[in-house]
Design a protein around this ligand. Sequence first.
Ligand code: UDP
Ligand code: MG
Length: 311
Amino acid sequence: MKLSLIVPIYNEEKNISRLHHSITQTMTANEYNYELIMINDGSSDRSIEMIEALSQQDAHIKYVSFSRNFGKESAMLAGLKCSTGDAAIILDADLQHPPELIPQFVAAYQEGYDQVVARRDRDGEHILRKIPSQLFYKLINFNVDVDLVDGEGDFRLISRVVIDSILSLDEYNRFSKGIFEWVGFSKKTIPFKNVRREAGQSSFNFVSLLDYAIDGVLSYNNKPLRVCFYFGTVTLIICLLYILTTLIQIIFTGIDEPGYFTIISAILFLGGVQLFSLGVIGEYIGRIYSESKRRPHFIVERTNAEELKHD
Ligand code: UDP
Ligand code: MG
């Protein structure tokens, strides 16, 4: 059995050698047959030089270097595309995904599970990260047809059938958390303790997480459009009722309506509802636009992986 370890790398010069050391230790201790696929996602530091130097010494290493930063999703996709193992394990370069868990992954795989997912707790995490994340899961599970679990991320083992099913999805806006769940197959969860980043900085901040959340909500189905539709319908019914009762009052009791408050609130409320709905529709149109361009997910600048050379 052969394992493909996939590591997306963006400005991780401080972590690469430590990561390589830690992976090599685990893999040789367990005598696994493996390849280590490192994807340099347009780093602006010395990451690629370090990866190339390592690949000269260690024949397990396959590397792919992008022409610019295409994002972690694209990096993972490139890794899966050039993986040749019976199963792939995706892990972060910052050692937040401890390679020591790999034997547990493999044991579960050998029991017959097609996906083995590490689930971390959020101990010691910054509150500005924790609360938006929890909100995100509430929002997304309301919207998405598959259940996403807080703490389950990209750190997982997926078998060849899962890899092939994921590669068969050709959408441009990729949201891997959902894609992994969407393809299905038997799944086992392994809990692990949250660890801090070894060195360097997280590349995700509050705004990029918010963008990520919106992507997650919108890249699944058209439920948000349905919500707009219901919202519009309810507003319309309320307005009609209001008009009707006011009219009846005017006819029978002849009250004169003090108009300012009602007019202003109607204008503002309806304006808000319309702008919100337009925003949702606009997001979908933007997505159709980017899907229809059929651009590649990434551009390879250099690589030593045969699989990607003729792509
Ligand atoms: N990463 C990447 N491209 C990006 C951003 C991040 O390949 O545009 C990689 C990064 O090098 C790391 C992993 O994705 O290996 C997770 O990134 P990070 O640690 O910044 O995210 P966090 O752990 O804070 O969610
Ligand atoms: Mg990290």
